[in-house]
Every structure is written in C-alpha cells, then in structure tokens.
Design a protein around this ligand. Structure first.
Ligand SMILES: Cc1cc2nc3c(=O)[nH]c(=O)nc-3n(C[C@H](O)[C@H](O)[C@H](O)COP(=O)(O)OP(=O)(O)OC[C@H]3O[C@@H](n4cnc5c(N)ncnc54)[C@H](O)[C@@H]3O)c2cc1C
Length: 443
C-alpha cells in the first residue's frame, strides 16, 4: 500500500507547457537565481524557476523591517509580476527536496520535473553551529518572515515590560543581546540604539529608556571582519558613542531563553538574543558527496559547473569557486551571487556546450555597513570613507539595488520621512492567524 502510494507520488510530474526548447531549471530566486533567470528569459530556452516563496527578498534591508523602519512589502518583490511578459519563463512555488542526477529530475512535494540543465541557487540559512538550545531560543534574521517575527518580539517584550512584576524581569525584557559583529549584527545594533534614543521615550514613557542595554558579542578580536581596519575601528567607535556595549573575543556558548553564556564564563540575562553569527548552505540532497564541502557549499569550477557533473551548476552563496585571487572562495554576499548569475547566463546564451565559455572573474565593488543615521563605513576598491558621506553612499547604493521602481520610491519616501520626523508608524504587532480561530468561522 505504502510503496504504491510512493510510486504514484514519484511519478507525479509538475505540469509545464510542452516545448521543443532546452529546459533550464533554476532553483532559488535570490540574487543569483533571479539575475540568471532575467537574462536567460531573452534566450532560446524554456526556463523553469522554482522557489519556496513567491517573492524575491532583499536581505540587506531586513534589519530595517525588524526595527519597524520599513514595510516588508517595500523590500520583497513578487516573482510572477517580474516574469508576466516572459512566455518562456514558468514559475513554480515549491521546495526542492532532492535531485536525481542520473534521471535528470528535481523532486518537490508537488511533483518532479525533468531538466536538461539544472542551476542550484538556493543560498544559505542561519548557522547555529549545532547548538540546539540556541537554535530554539535565539531569533535569526534570514528571511522576511523572521524579520517580522523579530519586530513583533521586540515590541511585544516592551509591552510585557510595562507589567513586569520585578525590576529584574522588566530589565530582562528590554535588554537585547546581538550575536555576530558582521554587517548584520552591526547594523541591527545601531538601529536598536536609535530605537532606544528616539522611540522608546515617546512610545513607552513609563519605561526608563536609558536603562535598556544593547550588547553586541563578536567572537573574533574585531568587528566587520571582511572590511578594512579603518572601517572596523570606526564602526566600533560609532557603536560605543551610541552606547552599545561591544564585547570582542566573546563567543556565545549557550542560551536557554533567559541566560546567555559566554566563553569567558560571563552570564547575561536577556529574553531576547538576535543571532547574526553565521550562515550554512541550504542542503540539496542527491548531489555527488565529493562536491559538498564545509558549510554545505558546493564545489564548482570557473564555469559554475558542479564538480563531477556536466549539466548541473551552482551559483551564489551556495557555490564554492576557487581562483587565484580568491583561493578560499568568494565572500558570501550579494555581488558574487549577481555576477555569477550574469556570467552563467552570458555563457549559456553563447552556447550550451562549455567550449567558448568565459571563466568567472569576480569584480569586487566594495563593501559597506551603516550604523544608525548619518554614520556608515564604506570600503570601495580604491577609496575608503567613514561617517556622513559614507552614509549617503550606503543610502544610494541600497536604493538602486532594490528591485522594482515602486519599492525604490516607497523606501526613499520612508527614509526621508524617518529622517525628518525621527519617527515612523510601523510599530505594529501583527500576528498572522488562521480564520479558523475566529468564532465567526467555527461551524
Ligand atoms: C540580514 C542580511 C543582511 C545582508 N546584508 C548584505 C549586504 O548589506 N550586502 C551584501 O552584499 N550582502 C548582504 N547579505 C548577504 C546576501 O543577501 C547574500 O549573499 C545573497 O542573498 C546571496 O544570494 P543567493 O542568490 O545565493 O541566495 P539567496 O538570496 O539567499 O536566495 C536563495 C533563494 O533560494 C530559495 N530556496 C532555498 N532553498 C530552497 C529550496 N530547497 N527549494 C526552493 N527554493 C529554495 C530561497 O527562498 C531564496 O529565494 C545579507 C544577508 C542577510 C541575511
């Protein structure tokens, strides 16, 4: 009985219109998969784009959604809208569970799909480094829904703090520990400090805003490890000026929802830990074992081909490609993902056989992080700057990277409004709920 059911499920095929064109299945509509699909849509292929969500997410601005600064809809873009006019692009919202490279099939809960060429662009998820307690109790920020969860959680704890029975309980509800001193941890700490300064005294005058403590714990000796020493130092100074406690060489070893433990034995009480300490590639079972490396990254050659396979490619955060300039692979940030998508598309548009393809060459366009209003750090290939001018560069770059004209306009208006008023009206605790919870719907 069970085996015949499984056979029926395995035989179920995702329905895609018949086509004589070679079929390229792209898994993941992040920076890499989206760039690739947009470019392939102009070529003689049938492209099937699969993503578990029906939207593209702009991860660099998640922290502004979490801090009630932007609407989620301003930084996500519906995939169907993007490909409305592309007759050779078919989108399916589902999760890829496995790949069968022998039969050239991708398996999902809604059926399987045959490919001629497969591109894996599934990105990464939060890495809790195997600590189950931390995975259960800390709050990650690797998707728009997690950013919204964090927004609710911060606001909800402020509400609860008002009726806390003891001073210690109140303190643990308003204090926040951020783990990870990369751009995400630095940016969210700066945004929390601004919330404490500008919002808390107005919205929650009964809570003593000055007592809220924000602690940023970083395991290495410096912040912003991928950036220059000047930027790292400037970020540290900016955060300290904003009264964020920064603890360097501080590894969080455990968290039970109440107490955070550090490697030096320190224990800090906090109901909220924001985990921005690392990522690990999303797994796609079925690929050759030898191609899967540390952090679940997939080893690819300079043409993005997965080791040992001619017609399967990997791009973006999930891909591990070595070259002379990057002997340990490229940084897992947006630009390598976009550029790999672009290079693979250009090669496929040239021909479907690798002869004549151009190897990938990463062009570093620089990196940046912002620390509240008026302050950012920017490392461009031949120029470094920190402070107000860097902040203007950060604003412009992020605005232009956003997908969709409407999103750019909305984000710009929001930023101008927030800048002038030191306020916005998105501090809403909205919890999605099934209509079945509503008595009106109960039969
Ligand atoms: C909070 C945060 C802030 C960041 N800030 C910056 C920044 O300022 N600058 C910068 O350059 N980079 C930043 N990054 C990193 C950057 O966002 C990533 O490097 C980039 O998104 C990688 O692109 P990608 O296409 O490889 O993966 P992603 O953009 O992560 O896309 C992967 C896609 O695959 C889909 N997917 C995953 N698994 C499956 C599956 N099994 N089946 C179907 N679909 C699947 C996902 O839904 C997603 O749409 C930030 C990341 C985070 C989390």
């Amino acid at each position: 009985m069970e085996s015949s059911l499984f056979a029926a499920e395995a035989a179920l095929q995702i329905q895609i219109p018949e086509s004589a064109l070679p079929r390229i299945v792209v898994v993941g509509a992040g920076f890499a998969g989206l760039e690739l699909t947009k470019r392939l849509s102009k070529g003689p292929f049938q492209v099937v784009l699969i993503d578990k969500n029906n939207y593209h997410q702009f991860q660099p601005l998640f922290y502004q959604v979490a801090m009630s600064g932007l609407e989620p809809s301003s930084i996500v873009f519906p995939l169907r809208k993007m490909f409305q006019k592309k007759k050779n692009v078919h989108f399916r919202m589902t999760t890829v569970e496995a790949v069968d490279t022998a039969t050239r099939q991708v398996h999902t809960p809604i059926g399987s799909i045959q490919y001629d060429f497969l591109v894996i662009a599934v990105g990464a998820e939060t890495n809790f480094f195997g600590n189950e307690h931390i995975a259960q109790k800390a709050i990650p920020m690797k998707s728009i829904s997690e950013a919204l969860y964090l927004r609710n959680s911060v606001l909800n704890d402020f509400e609860k703090a008002l009726s806390a029975k003891t001073t210690e309980d109140r303190q643990s509800l308003i204090d926040i520990v951020v783990v990870g001193g990369g751009p995400t941890g630095v940016e969210i700490s700066g945004a929390l400090a601004e919330m404490r300064k500008f919002i808390l005294p107005k919205d929650y005058p009964e809570l003593d805003a000055g007592k809220m403590q924000i602690l940023l714990a970083e395991g290495s000796p410096r912040l912003l490890n991928g950036m220059s020493e000047e930027s790292s130092q400037a970020a540290l100074e900016f955060l300290r000026k904003m009264d964020v406690q920064v603890k360097l060489d501080a590894m969080v070893t455990d968290y039970d929802g109440e107490w955070v433990e550090l490697n030096d034995g320190t224990r800090i009480r906090s109901k909220k830990v924001i985990w921005a300490a690392g990522i690990i590639g999303n797994k796609v079972p079925g690929l050759p074992e030898a191609a899967i490396l540390r952090g679940n990254r997939i080893r690819v050659d300079r043409y993005s081909r997965v080791q040992g396979l001619d017609n399967v490619f990997a791009i973006g955060d999930i891909a591990y490609m070595e070259d002379e300039a990057y002997p340990k692979g490229h940084p897992q940030v947006a630009q390598p993902a976009i550029q790999q998508g672009r290079n693979l598309a250009a090669n496929m548009l040239r021909s479907l056989s690798v002869s004549g393809w151009k190897p990938f060459q990463y062009k570093d366009l620089g990196s940046m992080a912002t620390i509240g209003r008026n302050r950012a750090v920017v490392d461009l290939p031949h120029y470094k700057t920190q402070g107000f001018f860097a902040w203007l560069i950060w604003l412009l770059v992020h605005l232009f990277q956003l997908i969709g004209f409407k999103n750019r306009v909305f984000v710009f208006i929001n930023w101008v409004w927030n800048y002038m008023t030191y306020d916005q009206s998105l501090r809403l605790i909205i919890r999605p709920r099934s209509p079945r919870h509503n008595p009106i719907h109960q039969g």
